[in-house]
Design a protein around this ligand. Structure first.
Ligand code: GLN
Length: 294
């Protein structure tokens, strides 16, 4: 009788206590069934995060049994991921341009297309001696920090309307060893008469009511970083209109925008007396960044 009871207990344990490998597989299945496209990768990254291990550990010791608390946390994270919450908000970090940035729901999750903005900015900055750069709406700080680290001669300032975003960006700056002057500001609002050689921005450019806002985890992201609550060009208009008062002669303005905003962006630049307005596509071939100089 006693023996039978123990056997039942034993089986019970065997059923619920899972190894790393089993967890990876069952997590992948749960996420795939919920329609998560990157199910295998996401299951692995969540598993590595809760178990405090690396990819190599999973491959080398898949039979390792997970601690009960890690197992429970993994299941809770899987449920949140299955309901659409972005992976980066669960682990609190994400990689961009080869660096790990901390993120919170106060900031947009870095998008690979923002690398275009950084590349175009670097092309111009690396030609100058001690360029002054301003990043408008810095969020997690990816643009300002990438520029500061990849063009050490640059003096980089960054603003955001959100205090929470600035604290995330400051934290990333310290962790990654960059030096940036942060201020809370509604675009140029608190910048007085400061002038720069380059102004960059990845502003909110999705139009209010765009169905895209309801997809791909966007409802979990800060709406003020995604949409201007108007036609999608409202913040771009403000950024272009205020730029001349904050640029040195010959200074550049570069900003990211939506797939269908290239013509409008170039027109705004030209109307504001900028020269040679151009648009550059992202890796998917979509118009993504426009810019011009004074
Ligand atoms: N590229 C983002 C998206 O469409 C929007 C980013 C932004 O508004 N700055 O998901």
């Amino acid at each position: 009788m006693r023996k039978a009871a123990l056997a039942v207990l034993f089986d019970f344990e065997r059923f619920f206590v899972q190894s790393l490998g089993e967890n990876w597989r069952s997590g992948q299945k749960l996420l795939a069934d919920a329609g998560v496209e990157s199910a295998r990768l996401d299951s692995r990254l969540l598993l590595e995060y809760v178990a405090g291990c690396r990819h190599a550990d999973l491959l080398m010791s898949p039979e390792k049994i997970m601690e009960h608390s890690a197992q429970q946390l993994f299941e809770a994270f899987l449920a949140r991921r299955a309901s659409g919450e972005p992976l980066a908000y669960l682990t609190g970090e994400t990689e961009f341009r080869g660096r790990v940035f901390q993120v919170s729901p106060a900031v947009l999750i870095p998008r690979p297309e923002t690398e275009v903005l950084i590349e175009l900015a670097l092309e111009r900055l690396l030609r100058l001696e001690a360029p002054k750069v301003l990043d408008l709406g810095t969020g997690s700080g990816i643009v300002a920090i990438s520029l500061a680290l990849e063009c050490p001669a640059a003096m980089v300032a960054a603003v955001d309307l959100s205090k929470e975003a600035i604290s995330v960006a400051r934290n990333n700056t310290g962790r990654l060893g960059a030096k940036i002057n942060f201020r809370q500001s509604d675009w140029y609002g608190n910048l007085g008469g400061e002038r720069y050689d380059l102004i960059v921005s990845n502003p909110p450019y999705v139009a209010a009511g765009d169905p895209h806002l309801a997809l791909n985890g966007l409802p979990f992201e800060p709406q003020m970083a995604l949409t201007d609550g108007a036609d999608g060009l409202e913040c771009i208009r403000r950024i272009v209109a205020g730029a001349a008062a904050h640029l040195n002669p010959g200074g550049w303005l570069l900003f990211e925008h939506g797939y269908d905003q290239a013509v409008a962006s170039r027109n705004l630049l030209t109307e504001a007396a900028f020269k040679d307005a151009f648009t550059h596509p992202d890796l998917a071939g979509i118009d993504r960044v426009s810019g011009a100089y004074l």
